[in-house]
Design a protein around this ligand. Structure first.
Ligand code: MG
Ligand code: MG
Length: 244
């Protein structure tokens, strides 16, 4: 899974260079699929429950599951890109939300806080701790900054399947199983944080999840292993201390 995840991290490092005003989300998807296949891997999402593309690309009020299209990214947009790949039967899954050129103060704050939420969630990982420690950390950080946490979609275990048990909510959840994290568990943690209401709805394309009030939303995700030494971020962007 580390090998799968390193390839996925390299895809995101390239995406940070490709995202700019004027590019279409379909062009980004095509670049992503080319990078994945040239690395000898297979996109996890293409054909998953009928999803038509290699990446989910979600702009502004779109939360997740956006379908790549001829939409042109404009200065001031924020674009969430979610990609999974399979190498030798093992999945990796990651997402980040990038600014397109200069963005508003509100958008910049949302991106920063959502990324911090992912960091806080990962920091709650330890063998013997419960899964709920992750969502508790994420929710308290988001709320401290006046943002809300999407509750209708959650993180997940990952391995030979893209989505495995346990579910990993990004909030204090009292209705899902709350297992203890054991060494060797690998989970995808993926907070979806909104500027306004936490409520979301599905667009007429039956894929794209959008905020109910059309406020901005951001999404960051890492594939993380539970080890005796603590969390190991498999999809970390490079080996430097500041890489995340
Ligand atoms: Mg993902
Ligand atoms: Mg995921």
């Amino acid at each position: 899974m580390q090998a799968s995840a390193e390839i996925l991290a390299s895809v995101f490092l390239e995406l940070r260079r490709l995202v700019r005003p004027g590019v279409t989300t379909l062009e980004l998807d095509e670049a992503i699929e080319t990078m994945i296949r040239e690395a000898g891997c297979v996109p996890s999402f293409k054909g998953y429950h009928g999803f038509p593309a290699s990446a989910c690309i979600s702009v502004n009020e779109e939360v997740v599951h956006g379908i790549p299209s001829q939409r042109v990214l404009e200065e001031g947009d924020i674009v969430g890109i979610d990609v999974g790949l399979i190498r030798d039967g093992w999945h990796a899954d990651s997402a980040e939300t990038l600014p397109v050129g200069r963005v508003s103060e509100e958008a910049a704050a949302l991106l920063r806080v959502t990324r911090e939420c992912l960091e806080k969630g990962i920091a709650a990982i330890a063998p013997g701790a419960r899964i709920s420690a992750i969502g508790t950390a994420i929710e308290s950080h988001a709320k401290a900054h006046g943002f809300s946490v999407v509750e209708s979609l959650v993180g997940h275990g990952i391995g030979q399947d893209l989505h495995e048990d346990p579910q990993v909510p990004n909030f204090r959840c009292f209705t899902m199983p709350d297992p203890v994290m054991e060494e060797g568990l690998v989970i995808a943690i993926e907070p979806m944080i909104n500027c306004g209401t936490k409520r979301v709805k599905t667009a007429p394309d039956e894929w794209t999840v959008i905020t109910a009030d059309r406020g901005l939303s951001a999404h960051f995700e890492h594939t993380v292993a539970v080890t005796s030494a603590g969390p190991r971020i498999l999809t970390r962007r490079g080996s430097g201390v500041a890489a995340f």
